[in-house]
Ligand binder design. Structure first.
Ligand SMILES: CC(C)(COP(=O)(O)OP(=O)(O)OC[C@H]1O[C@@H](n2cnc3c(N)ncnc32)[C@H](O)[C@@H]1OP(=O)(O)O)[C@@H](O)C(=O)NCCC(=O)NCCS
Length: 149
């Protein structure tokens, strides 16, 4: 895939790729997230995580990641969604979300859920553009869901 002469690819997120790219993944996580993950958070085993999650490479450099798992029979949950600061504001997050939703549909999920801090205006605008609906607020997070049917 390419955009403005940039070359995009989606790589698998599994033990091997996490080990290989952990420094870049942690750096992106630290600079873009409201709470910091360590390597253990990346490697925790979750249902269909390997199949659904991905690392985004731009010109072969780690640019972002989407960490997904099957939460229930019908629902895929987005655990982490980050794009390195230098690539933000250019429509690349939209490409990552479209890929995340596409992957959820491949396992025939009906719902796509996530949570976002109530003070993350950037994230809230982003998800609202995709038509995510508020389910409830808990511990300063909005719980949101997108119907895929
Ligand atoms: C959220 C994130 C993935 C968006 O990626 P992005 O490539 O910057 O977003 P895009 O350029 O594709 O923009 C898509 C929409 O998001 C919203 N958006 C993006 N940046 C924004 C900003 N700085 N302020 C407000 N809204 C913003 C806009 O609605 C935009 O749509 P528009 O361009 O039609 O106005 C990225 O900013 C990121 O990694 N942020 C830090 C981590 C994070 O907040 N993750 C999600 C919540 S847990």
């Amino acid at each position: 895939m390419s955009n403005n002469n940039l070359s995009f690819s989606f790589g698998g997120l599994n033990k091997e790729s996490i080990n290989k790219h952990i420094i870049s993944l942690l750096e992106i996580e630290r600079h873009t997230s409201f709470s910091s993950w360590d390597k253990k958070n990346f490697t925790v085993e979750l249902e269909l995580k390997d199949v659904l999650s991905f690392i985004l490479f731009i010109d072969e450099e780690v640019a972002g990641f989407s960490i997904l798992s099957q939460k229930t029979k019908d629902c895929v949950h987005l655990h982490r969604f980050c794009l390195a600061k230098k690539w933000q504001g250019r429509g690349i997050g939209k490409i990552m979300m479209a890929e995340s939703i596409k992957r959820a549909k491949t396992i025939k999920a009906s719902y796509f859920s996530l949570k976002v801090p109530v003070d993350n205006q950037q994230g809230l605008n982003f998800y609202n553009n995709f038509n995510f609906k508020d389910l409830f607020i808990q511990d300063d997070y909005f719980f949101k869901v997108l119907c895929l049917m």
